[in-house]
Design a protein around this ligand. Structure first.
Ligand code: SF4
Length: 274
């Protein structure tokens, strides 16, 4: 479920693979539960016939509805029923309950309950529902935000990269490098696998030079900087600046606690570049 939503989001953002978007959306519609929601247990790692099958959860329903919106099916009865499920399951305090462990640390071994997924994704999906449904047949991401990967420059750069790879006959190539310069974090979320490492590992940092070397070796046009918490890293402004200088699209996956304190105006602009 998560993977299908992610791929549809990426294809929609890049405005490619219309046939794949349609197939993914049709698969999602075929997996909707009677109550209007969607669910999938981690047992699908053991038995693939369980893909898209499970009790409805708020986060997975939000992913499915959002994927349909991106596919231009925001007005489809399945999407509308999904929105109703989200509204009906919302608690009076505005939050959602989701006891299921749907996040994956290591398939078949270690699963995670991300405590904010159940609130963030339904809120996003409900908040944008009105906007998305007025553009049926179009890929909403292309109209939603000037800061998303949807700008013409970004599309041309990533599209040119893909085109060059295809010209060279390369069938597999990286689009996004997941860069983790450190594992330490300033939060301690229950179930987080990163902060479970021993202290000597948590104190380690990739240097600016090591980060740049990894990015250049990979060659992907997009770099997602995660952690731990990337803003703990003393050199993060320089790392971001160097990546932007190399015309990479940077996604800084931060909990934002240090964003105001650690970023200058210019680095904030750089961080928002991706
Ligand atoms: S890296 Fe930090 S913010 Fe992210 S899940 Fe772990 S403890 Fe929470």
């Amino acid at each position: 479920m998560y993977g299908t939503w992610s791929v549809i989001s990426a294809l929609g953002t890049l405005d490619v693979g219309r046939d794949m978007i349609d197939r993914g959306a049709a698969w999602l519609i075929g997996r909707q539960n009677q109550d209007g929601g969607w669910g999938e247990t981690c047992h699908s790692y053991v038995d693939e016939s369980f893909a898209g099958i499970g009790a409805s959860t708020p986060s997975q329903t939000a992913w499915a509805v959002n994927a349909l919106q991106i596919a231009g099916l925001g007005d489809h009865p399945a999407a509308r029923r999904g929105l109703e499920y989200l509204k009906d399951s919302q608690r009076p305090d505005g939050t959602w309950a989701e006891p299921q462990f749907t996040g994956t640390g290591f398939p078949r071994h270690f699963y995670i309950n991300y405590h904010l997924y159940r609130h963030v994704f339904p809120t996003m999906t409900l908040a944008t529902a009105g906007d998305w449904k007025i553009v049926p047949g179009r890929i909403p991401y292309l109209r939603k935000s000037e800061t998303a990967l949807s700008s013409l420059k970004e599309k041309l750069t990533v599209g040119g990269y893909i085109f060059n790879k295809k010209l060279k006959g390369e069938r597999k190539y990286p689009l996004v490098l997941e860069l983790e310069p450190l594992l330490q974090c300033n939060l301690a979320c229950a179930g987080c696998g990163k902060i479970q490492h021993p202290n000597d590992v948590l104190r380690k940092r990739l240097s600016l030079e090591e980060c740049i070397a990894a990015v250049e070796e990979c060659g992907a046009p997009c770099v997602s900087i995660a952690g731990g918490e990337p803003l703990i890293h003393d050199q993060m402004p320089q790392i971001v600046a160097e990546l932007v200088k190399r015309k990479k699209f940077v996604f800084l996956c931060t909990n934002a606690l240090l964003l105001e304190k650690k970023s200058t105006c210019s680095s904030r602009r750089r961080i928002s570049h991706g």
